[in-house]
Design a protein around this ligand. Sequence first.
Ligand code: GAP
Length: 464
Amino acid sequence: MDEKNDLMEKVVSLCKRRGFVFQGSEIYGGLANTWDLGPLGAELKNNVLRAWWKFFVHSRRDVVGIDAAIFMNPKVWEASGHVANFNDAQVDCKDCKKRHRADHLIEDSLKDIKVEGLTPADLTKIIVENGIKCPNCGSKNFTEVRTFNLLFQTHIGPTANDNEPVYLRGEIAQGMFVNFKNVLNTTRKKIPFGIASAGKAFRNEITPGNFIFRTLEFDLMEFEYFIKEEMWEEKFEYWLDEMHKWLDLVGIRKENTRVREHTKDELSHYSKRTVDIEYNTPFGWKELYGLAYRTNFDLTRHSESSGQDLNYFDQETGEKFIPHVLEPTFGLSRTLLMILLDSYNEEEIEDSNGNKETRIVLKLKPSIAPFKAAILPLMKKQELLDKSDQIFDLLKNDLALDFDVTGSIGKRYRRQDEIGTPFAITVDYDSLEDNAVTVRDRDTAKQERVKIDELLSYLREKTR
Ligand code: GAP
C-alpha cells in the first residue's frame, strides 16, 4: 500500500476509533455515503465554523451573516437555473449494474482528455469509440449516457400529489440572494458588502465517496459579495488572497494546495470566472474551495422571476443597478477531512523502559482543537479528584476540556495526542501544596509547572 492511501486509511480509522466520524445509521447497517459526526467531530466542526465566522464576518465591517431556511419556494430553483442546469452525466454498466459519472469514467480511463461542455451523445460516443471498460467488472457493455439532476425533491403535505415538489437546497447561496433586499433595508450596508451563511446543502450525487469528501448532504460556508461590475477583477484577486489567509489560519498547508482555473466549458451556468482551490488528497488533486464571479445573473433572474425590484440605488452617484457578485465558497465537511489529513503525524518515541513505540499526534491548530486541555489527576485519589474538579470549574466557562482518570499517565497523554488536545494538565500531590500543576505541550512533549491562579490566562493565550 502506498504512503498516501495508507494515510487516508489511518485517518479514517482514527476518526472511527476516537469518535470524530461514525457511519450514518450504523446500527441498521448504515445508509451509503451518510456520516455522523461524533463528539470530537462535532467540536471540530463547530470550532472551524466559529473561526470562519470570526474571520469573514465578525472581523469585518462589510460582511453580515444570515441563516436562511433549507426549504425555499420552488420558483427559486427554477429562476436560479438549478432545475434546468444542475446536472451530472451518468452511465450504467449493464453487466454489473454499477453506476458511474460519465465524465469521471472517461477522464480516469483516457489521459489528457477534458469533457466539460460535451453533450450526453458526445460522451456516449467517446466511451464506445475508445472501448472504455467498467472499472468494477471490466465490461464494455454500458447504457447511453443520460443527464441527472442533483437536486433532491420532496413534498410538503400529507400526500405526494397534493403539491408541486419542493427541493432540498443544492447550495446555500440562494438564501442570500433572495434576502438581498431584506438585508440591504435592515442593515443599510453600502456596496461593496457581503452576506454570509453556513449550513447544510444536499446533492443527489451519482458517485459519492472517499469518506466525507463527497456525500449526499454536507456542510457549506459561503458568502455573496455584492459589487459594482467594474470592481470584479480587483475584488476577485482580493478574495483569493483572503481565502489563502484562511487556509493558513485553520492549519491547511500551502504546499498541499493549488489554484486551478476553470476552463470556459467547465464554468457553471452562472459564472464568468471560477477558480478552485484544490487539495492534494490521497486520491488526487481535488476541489476544496471555489471562488466564482457570478456576475449579476442570480439577482437579475430573481428580479425577473419574482417581479420584485432588486436594484441597488447608489446615493452618491444616483446610479441604479443590479449588483454583481463574487462568491467565495468553502466546503466545511471537506475542510474537516483536509485538516485531519494535514495534521496527522506519527513519531517514533521511547517509553520509560527504553522500548520504541509510535506516538500518533494530531497537530491541530489549538484554536480549532476539540479540547483545549485535558485534566488528568495523577491517581484516582479523592484529594486529587477534588483538586481536579476545582480546576475544571475554574476553566470550564472559557475552554472546552476533557477529563480523564483511567490508565497510566503515559497512556492518557497518548490518548490526548491522538485527538489533538494541545495541553495536558496533570494534578499531582505537589499540587495540593504548591497550588500549581504540570502542563504538557502536545507537540514538544515539554512540561512546565504553572500556578493554578495563572492557568486560565496561560491556556487562553496559547489556544486562541
Ligand atoms: N454556491 C456555490 C457552490 O455551491 P460548488 O463548487 O458546487 O459551489 C461548493 O460547491 C463547495 O461545496 C465545494 O467547493 C466543495 O468544497 C463542497 N462540496 C460540493 N459538493 C460536495 C459533496 N457532494 N460533498 C461534500 N462537499 C461538497
